[in-house]
Design a protein around this ligand. Sequence first.
Ligand SMILES: [Zn+2]
Length: 248
Amino acid sequence: MSECSLDSVDLSPAELLRYERQLLLFGAEGQKKLKKTSVLVAGVGGLGSFEALYLTALGVGKLVLVDGDTVEETNLNRQVLHWTDDIGRPKPISAAEKLRRLNPNVEIVPVTERITEDNVDYLVRQVDIVIDGLDNWETRFLLDEAAYRAGKPYIHAGIYGFEGQVVVVVPGETPCLRCLLPSSLKSPSKIPAAGPIVALVGSIAVTEFMKLVTGVGEVNKGKMIVVDAYTMDMMKIELRPRKDCKCS
Ligand SMILES: [Zn+2]
């Protein structure tokens, strides 16, 4: 979402055809904004697979896929970009292969590293927006801080069993993730997770992304979207900045 003009962005006849149905939602201008946008997908597991899939289908300009793990059999119930033949392969490589086949217009950059204190700022600098496909709070807080420092939006998504939540963090406009949650929060090593619920929450995150970038639709800034798939209730919780937080 760089500030420079959209005049330098062209949509080919093939792109206009591919995106025909979504152009009815946000027009060629919205599509050009998507094409100009680069996104870091942090983690290419359950949430990250769905996020990367829909970001690629939407037609963003560049996706940087970061994950240090390899595909395991226990991933296959929900991490839809990884298939049986991919067991043992690095997740970003496995994902990149399918995403390029889905939409060759999108530049896919696989990074087979864990996100750490040492590389997080470098990674965030490569992109316009960060989207969370992680399964642990430690890395989320690292990303949240790095994105805040860089002044870039960070879309948090998380699931636990039937429940999930999405928060859009925009530096200077909304509270950050640390305003909401204690940074000592730890994640269990095995989170209960089924594909459809991961898809639901990942899809909400990419929908917020799409609205944020195209400017069409209401982005839920300063709110936490909470989904309970057990009952299929959805609610929004108003967020307040914490006074002693680094972001305020
Ligand atoms: Zn904060």
